[in-house]
Write a protein that binds this ligand. Structure first.
Ligand code: GBH
Length: 491
């Protein structure tokens, strides 16, 4: 039996996968259902309401497309709240543009017009019984702060703390669910490592470790501020949202199994370990590998910075939940990188790729791997002592943007079913947010990759939204809080 099981798993690993039977069942009581967006991707209104320039405004200056207008949610937020209501979800995750609150990133006084915009949005949500879930930072750093080094400047921990304070003071009476940072891995690795996202700085394996260090320090400061001065009175929860794909070892050889574990430690453990593990520090494997390679490369000390004792104390336990944006699995093999190459990828000593049998999507990095959702949830459960988990993003792109979006129907059905299976395995998953409410500005892919449950016609100046077919399945799952025989077809 056991041998049969193992060989089935192996066959699935080596030769792609077959649809597993879906599970019928309910999510736990109180399970949170929501949809997500972010400020730069949907708001537009880039120079309205006293807003300052962000690094994405600047980074996209010479591009064909940018977020100047985006979905124009800055003006159309009431219409957007109705889209949310129609999905039957109870929660909306959006982000605040730091540049609307402090146009220059810091200041004695807040920009009242920016406060007003978010007050209006939050009030409109509350009137419609939708709980706001607010991300403080979804990548749109004030350009004025980037001019002082941005996430590479250690002072940013205090700049971020003061910005967070302004948000808690102004919105905390109604916002009870805060997310400090969205995907610090992406900010550090793409923004300050390989440089394909704003601010476009290249420094993989060097600058990006400093950016990551400051992101973690900033997160901890905002968390401790809320805990100290707001939590008792306002009664909300606050945490961080991380991201990582699920590494599938190429085969069951020990080097490849170790490579897969190493890969997730470098992607997810990098940020999760300091916050969710007992030692409040980077994963041991990262510390060892980077120190060893740094020495061989002639550095005086490790390229990976060290936390002070005080920082470790602040970081440890600094999240009320484990927010995770989950999209995909990938194959991993052990790979000895050249000691001459200095980068975060080289530090991992792994090789990653997609299995050619997996469904592709509208994004080259994204394959349809629903089983990986269950795996990563179980990994988070066992690695970090069973934390409360929220899937704060999950969704798929296509390029067609058509309303009869069968690929997205398949995605939500199979991915959400694997969240259900993970809860049956004992993972403490508290909620799920679909990415995204509507097609929007997909960063360096512009408007070509469409992740929306609603389509937006970007060639029509009125930017009309229309529900896609996938909204029907998604809201049926939400309404039944699970997969009920006869209601949601599981065959
Ligand atoms: C999420 O990140 C983001 O939070 C969200 O804003 C975004 O819209 C959503 O993904 C969909 O992409 O340029 O080809 O090298 C998920 C992790 C990290 C995946 C950046 C895509 C860039 C790939 N993402 N990555 S590429």
């Amino acid at each position: 039996m056991r041998i049969l099981f193992i060989s089935l798993v192996l066959a699935a690993t080596v030769f792609g996968y077959e649809d597993e039977p879906l599970a019928y069942g309910n999510f736990p009581d109180g399970f949170v259902w929501g949809v997500a967006t972010s400020a730069y991707q949907i708001e537009g209104g880039w120079d309205e309401g006293g807003k300052g320039l962000s690094i994405w405004d600047v980074f996209t200056t010479d591009w064909d497309s940018n977020g100047k207008v985006a979905c124009d949610s800055y003006h159309k937020y009431k219409e957007d709240v109705q889209l949310i209501v129609n999905l039957n979800v109870t929660h909306y995750r959006f982000s605040i543009a730091w540049t609307r609150i402090f146009p220059d990133g810091v200041g004695e006084t807040v920009n009242e017009e920016g406060i007003l915009y978010y007050n209006n949005l939050i009030d409109e949500l509350k009137r419609n019984n939708i709980e706001p879930v607010v991300t403080l930072y979804h990548w749109d750093l004030p350009h004025a702060l980037e001019e002082q080094g941005g996430w590479l400047n250690a002072d940013i921990a205090v700049w971020f703390e003061e910005y967070a304070r302004a948000c808690f003071v102004n919105f905390g009476d109604r916002v009870k669910f805060w997310i400090t940072l969205n995907e610090p891995y992406v900010v550090a690795h793409l923004g300050y490592g390989i440089g394909i996202f704003a601010p476009g700085i290249s420094g993989s394996g060097t600058s990006e470790y400093i950016a990551a260090h400051n992101l973690l320090r900033a997160h901890a400061k905002a968390y401790r501020l809320y805990e100290r001065e707001f939590k008792n009175q306002q009664g909300g929860i606050i945490g961080i949202t991380l991201d990582a794909g699920w590494p599938i070892p190429e085969d069951d050889s020990q080097p490849n199994i170790d490579a897969a574990e190493r890969n997730i430690q470098f992607d997810l453990g990098w940020f999760a370990n300091p916050i969710f593990s007992e030692n409040g520090d980077y994963p041991q494997i990262m510390k060892e590998k980077i120190a060893e390679k740094s020495q061989l490369q002639g550095y005086e000390k490790s390229r990976l910075p060290e936390f002070t004792q005080q920082e470790i104390i602040e970081l440890k336990g600094s999240s009320d939940f484990f927010g995770h944006n989950f999209y995909r699995g990938f194959m991993v093999a052990d790979f000895q990188s050249d000691i001459g190459s200095i980068s975060q990828d080289a530090d991992k000593d792994t090789f990653v790729y997609a299995d050619p049998t997996w469904y592709t999507t509208g994004s080259s990095w994204l394959n349809v791997t629903p089983f990986a959702m269950r795996s990563i949830l179980n990994w988070i459960k066992t690695t970090y002592n069973n934390p409360k988990i929220y899937i704060t993003e999950n969704g798929v792109s296509d390029k067609a943007g058509n309303l009869d979006d069968f690929g997205r129907v398949y995605w939500y059905k199979h991915y959400i079913n694997n969240v259900l299976k993970a809860t049956m395995d004992g993972a403490d998953v508290k909620g799920y947010f679909a990415w995204s409410l509507m097609d929007n500005f997909e960063w360096n892919a512009g408007y070509t990759e469409k992740f929306g449950l609603h389509s937006v016609n970007f060639t029509d100046p009125a930017l009309p939204r229309r529900p896609k077919k996938s909204t029907e399945l998604f809201s049926a799952i939400v309404r039944s809080n699970g997969f009920i025989e006869g209601l949601i077809p599981c065959e």
